[in-house]
Every structure is written in structure tokens, then in C-alpha cells.
Design a binder for this molecule. Structure first.
Ligand code: HEC
Length: 130
């Protein structure tokens, strides 16, 4: 049990390193407004298993092996309200930049490719009850 706690802590520490703050990938190029391109939920499930499941759980209930020890709890994707909105694009933004004010819900812009973040956002969206 101590090991999963350490993994969660490590992820938090990594998320706060200066390298994580330096993401440029999503900056607008040439000032043009980039339209959001929806991801593929089937591919997103694979991303979810490696990057999100430890905290958010197998079924998205927020009770993953590390998640169940966290306060606040990771969001239950099926039924909880999302602070930043639950459209696929809103979820993509949260995954990209992290959840404001939440050190545990870190930014993934340095650790996941743009496409993987779109795909995982589509998968999380597909877990919503409505
Ligand atoms: C280290 C644990 C951890 C990992 C890994 C993690 N999350 Fe989270 N996530 C959290 C916690 C904790 C919250 C709730 C934070 C709060 O309420 O302040 C959260 C909240 C969220 C929310 C809700 C945002 C909102 O607007 O309310 C979304 C969406 C989300 N996570 C998506 C993901 C996705 C997708 C992944 C994988 C790419 C992921 N998370 C990985 C811990 C984690």
C-alpha cells in the first residue's frame, strides 16, 4: 500500500518540476484559432489505463489503487459534476493544463501527446452517465 502512495506522490512532484511548466505545444501558431478535433474513445481507453486508472479507477469511479487514498478524491467520471465542464473539449483542456487549484490533478501536456490527450478526453466523456 505504501508503494501506491509513493507513486501518487511522485507524480505530484514530477508535475511541479519546472520542465512541466514549459509546454509550448498548444500555443496558437500564427494567431489562428485552432478548432478542437474530437478524439477516439477506443484508443483513449489505452491511454486511460496507463495515465489515469491509478487514481480514477478501472470504471472511472475515482477509487483507483492510489486514488482511494487521496483527499480530495479523484473525480468519479460517471456521476460527479466537473468544475471545468464536461464537454470533450473541456476535459481535454483539464488534461492538458491540469485542474486549477488541484496539485493532484496535474497537467499532462508534457507527458502525453496532443492526440493521446484528445483520445483520453473522448474516453472519459464516454464514461459519463448522460
Ligand atoms: C495522481 C492522481 C491522478 C491522476 C493520475 C489523474 N487524475 Fe484526474 N483528478 C485527480 C483528482 C484528485 C481530481 C479531483 C481534484 C479536485 O477536486 O480538486 C481529478 C479530477 C479530474 C477531472 C475533473 C476536472 C473538473 O473539471 O472537475 C478530470 C476530467 C480528470 N481528473 C481527468 C483525468 C484524466 C483524463 C487523467 C489521465 C490522463 C487523470 N485525470 C489522471 C487525480 C488524478
Amino acid at each position: 500500500m505504501i508503494r501506491v502512495r509513493e507513486v501518487a506522490l511522485l507524480m505530484v512532484l514530477v508535475a511541479h518540476s519546472p520542465a512541466m511548466a514549459a509546454g509550448k505545444e498548444n500555443e496558437n501558431k500564427g494567431g489562428a484559432t485552432k478548432k478542437y478535433e474530437p478524439g477516439d474513445a477506443v484508443k483513449g481507453k489505452e491511454v486511460y489505463k496507463t495515465a489515469c486508472l491509478t487514481c480514477h479507477g478501472e470504471t472511472g469511479d475515482g477509487l483507483g489503487p492510489a486514488g482511494k487514498y487521496l483527499t480530495p478524491k479523484p473525480r468519479n467520471f460517471v456521476k460527479d459534476k466537473f468544475k471545468e465542464g464536461d464537454s470533450e473539449e473541456a476535459i481535454f483542456k483539464t488534461v492538458t493544463n491540469g485542474l486549477p487549484g488541484s496539485p493532484t490533478m496535474a497537467a499532462f501536456k508534457e507527458t502525453l501527446k496532443d492526440e493521446d490527450r484528445r483520445n483520453v478526453a473522448a474516453y472519459v466523456r464516454s464514461l459519463r452517465a448522460k
